[in-house]
Design a binder for this molecule. Structure first.
Ligand code: ATP
Length: 742
């Protein structure tokens, strides 16, 4: 790779001075930034074309009817039953400690780790939710939850108890990921706020009742083993609901977005598996999502530790009794529950008119705490302290309840499970864990009040302001959702009209960035079966980057890659390899200390179980490269540059590629070697192989390519027959200049 080349200068005016070169580079970078700023500003569609915006306002009843209320009731029941046992570890800690002969530190460790397990489970659950029938994932997670809760009650020793709690945490992670994803596809966009509010209320109520129920069952059972009974009693109902969940219908992914934007639902009968890495790379490019996650992570610093710190302060500073603090906790809990029935419908109404406004309003719900917190913590009496604390707590909690609907609207529908997992990782690991550690340290060094003032107040301010800021991105992010859906519809229609003529590879509307630097802008081209396409362009134009995007080594921030009509944008590189996309990278691509034969055997590793096919492929490759056939025992590092390039090509061919991507075929090779390589490529072409060849030399490209794509500064400037490019003086000259300059 090399720095951008100033293609505007003519061959007669070489820029020899360092200052001239620097000026050229600064110029090129300024142009790129302008291009990037322009691309990011772009809001492509009017508000009423965005998913879930405009049109008729839906009642909750109509919304639920659209997806059948069974799904909602089952998932709300699961979330609620999960919460019913949430107080077990807290309430029963002394009994469990005595029963297993543990120290205080050990039981505290098990309780704290149980929270972390929930976060650990988010990733696998999200991954499963994006790949498989969600009803099965939810059913299996429910059965696992139930079994693990029962196992907690039956555990014979502390280690088994710990393992059971690990299972409970992991299984519970399905609530945020798989359940959320299923709800989003089961019910229309217009009721997401209300659905989330009702589920949240129901789970919160169960959470509030949990201590009472757990303590009640343990007391009723009595004795040294009384602590085991709450687990045994509360584990069973989940099993019944989980078995029922297996039967829930599986709605098509993204159907409500499709209906809202396209008025129609497109079937994707054979969706490709999604890689976690690509999904995360794509998700972190959704600016609304990124900012909202950061907002809630910041807020986590005050949200998760607020209650503990307040209780400590109420006890130490105001001398409030446990009972008084209990009453206060319940009043705050009830106040949140009282507000939720209003906030769900309110969110849905505002979002329906203007999604950006919904985010601004959520940000505003978080900001009053900036004033209320300091006020609360300097109150003269305990009761005043409690009373002033209630409104801030209420507002933050209801804003938190609306995280799910926000995420569901901006995350691409194929990535909902992993998107929710990413959100959980940030919010709980950064917000909750980071908040807990810092609050603990500050609180120990000073007191809880200092911890809240130093941490809680800025966290609320940052959280609220980030939320308000996220509002400025949502139109753009939703526009991208619309654009992707429209592209899918166009493609579905094209495939229906002409099913015989689907390009083997499609690259559509691709934007790609390295960090914050965007280097591809709206790149699009097709490759037909058996065709050879040359990718040409100035240095640094983005040719190698396109190959990375096609073979999965880079995830685009926008756009689609398809293989044989199937979307592979988020498919892992090794999986793409299995589907037939292979890259021959520029530079040395062999193991220098191994012999030629060993190199080829490494490449044939995949076929180790199919000896017949392996031998056949060996024969094919050795026939193509007779020079290598005679050097099989020679160490690869001792071959000439050209022979090494041939060996690298032979190794890629051992994988039986369907689409072969070749980066810089002729780089650093003598013309005579390049000629030999061209003869081989001709033969591969005759054998029907589809190829994309990145080339600096126009002559070489013209010699092998049927069609050419010319790139400049990350944009396609020309697509057409290769010989037409040769006639385009302006572009052809840039390639030659690039060659000279590179
Ligand atoms: N890993 C990377 N991190 C950051 N920037 C990168 C990275 N790789 C490439 N770039 C930049 O991305 C732009 C496109 O690079 P790319 O290698 O795709 O261009 P190219 O057309 O293949 O050029 P060349 O023929 O010089 O290799 C260039 O500005 C380059 O500096």
């Amino acid at each position: 790779m090399s720095a951008p080349y100033d293609s505007a200068r003519s061959p007669g005016e070489p820029q020899t001075s360092a200052a001239g070169l620097a000026a050229g580079l600064i110029d090129a970078e300024t142009q790129r930034r302008e291009q990037q700023a322009e691309a990011q500003k772009e809001v492509l569609f009017a508000d009423e074309l965005l998913p879930g915006v405009g049109g008729e306002h839906l009642t909750l009843r109509d919304g639920l009817a659209a997806g059948g209320s069974v799904t909602f009731l089952t998932l709300a029941a699961l979330a609620t039953l999960d919460e019913l046992e949430s107080a077990t570890l807290g309430i029963l800690a002394p009994d469990i400690r005595d029963s297993f002969g543990l120290s205080d530190a050990a039981i505290v460790f098990i309780s704290a780790a149980a929270g972390a397990f929930l976060v650990l489970g988010a990733l696998p659950m999200g991954w499963l939710a994006d790949r498989y029938r969600r009803s099965r994932v939810i059913g299996a997670a429910g059965v696992m939850f139930s079994a693990m809760v029962l196992a907690s009650g039956l555990a014979a020793n502390a280690f088994l108890f710990f393992l059971a709690r690990f299972g409970v945490g992991v299984a519970k992670a399905s609530n945020n990921t798989a359940n959320g994803s299923l709800l989003a596809d089961a019910y229309p966009i217009g009721v997401r706020g209300r659905i989330s509010a009702v589920t949240f209320s129901s789970a919160r109520t169960a959470g509030a009742l949990s201590p009472l129920i757990v303590a009640g069952i343990a007391t009723w059972a009595g004795g040294a083993n009384g602590w085991r009974w709450p687990f045994l009693v509360l584990g069973l109902p989940t099993l019944v609901v989980a078995l029922w969940a297996f039967r829930l219908p599986e709605p098509q992914r993204g159907r409500h977005e499709m209906k809202s934007v396209l008025g129609d639902v497109i079937e994707d009968a054979r969706p490709m598996p999604i890689s976690v890495e690509a999904a995360f790379a794509r998700l972190m490019r959704i600016r609304t999502m990124k900012t909202a996650i950061l907002a809630f992570s910041a807020l986590g610093f005050s949200l998760f530790t607020g209650s503990v710190l307040s209780n400590l302060w109420a006890d130490d500073h105001y001398g409030m009794s446990t009972f008084e603090r209990g009453v206060w906790g319940s009043v705050t809990g009830v106040a949140v529950l009282a507000l939720l029935p209003f906030v769900g419908p309110w969110y849905d109404r505002v979002y329906h008119r203007d999604p950006a406004r919904a985010l601004v309003m959520l940000g505003y719900l978080l900001l009053p705490s900036v004033v209320l917190l300091p006020l609360q913590w300097f109150m003269p009496t305990g009761w005043a302290f409690m009373l002033v604390g209630i409104p801030g707590g209420m507002l933050s909690s209801v804003a938190f309840a609306m995280t799910a609907p926000i995420m569901q609207s901006v995350i691409p529908y194929r990535l909902r499970g992993l998107g929710a997992a990413l959100g959980s990782l940030y919010i709980f690991f950064v917000g909750a864990t980071g908040g807990a550690i810092l609050s603990g340290l500050i609180s120990n060094a000073y007191d809880p009040r200092v911890a809240v003032l130093v941490l809680g107040v800025p966290a609320s301010a940052v959280g609220g302001l980030l939320m308000v800021r996220s509002a400025s991105f949502i139109r753009n992010d939703l526009s991208l959702v619309v654009q992707e859906l429209r592209e899918e519809l166009d493609e579905a229609e094209r495939q229906k009209e002409d099913p015989e003529n689907i390009p083997v590879l499609q690259v559509n509307n691709i934007d790609f960035s390295y960090g914050h630097v965007q280097v591809l802008f709206d790149v699009a081209f097709d490759v037909r079966r058996g065709e050879t396409l040359a990718l040409l362009g100035t240095n640094g134009a983005g040719k190698s980057t396109i190959l990375k995007v096609v073979c999965g080594l880079g995830t685009p921030s926008r756009g689609v890659v398809r293989l044989g009509g199937r979307t592979i944008t988020y498919v892992a590189p090794e999986q793409r390899g299995r589907y037939g996309i292979h890259l021959l990278p520029g530079g040395k691509g062999v193991f220098p200390d191994m012999t030629v034969r060993e190199n080829l055997e490494m490449a044939a590793f995949r076929m180790r179980r199919d000896v017949g096919r392996r031998d056949q492929q060996f024969a094919y490759v050795l026939d193509l490269f007779p020079d290598l056939a005679g050097r099989q025992s020679q160490v690869a590092g001792s071959l000439s540059g050209g022979q090494q390039q041939m060996l690298a090509l032979a190794m890629v061919l051992m994988h039986e590629p369907e689409v072969l991507l070749i980066d810089e075929l002729s780089l650093g090779l003598a013309p005579v070697v390049v000629q030999e390589l061209l003869v081989i490529l001709e033969r591969l072409k005759a054998d029907g192989l589809t190829m994309i060849v990145v080339e600096q030399s126009l002559n070489i490209a013209l010699a092998i390519a049927d069609r050419a794509v010319f790139l400049e500064k990350g944009q396609v400037r020309f697509t057409g027959p290769a010989r037409e490019l040769a006639e385009r003086d302006d572009l052809a000259r840039a390639v030659f200049l690039g060659r000279e300059g590179g």
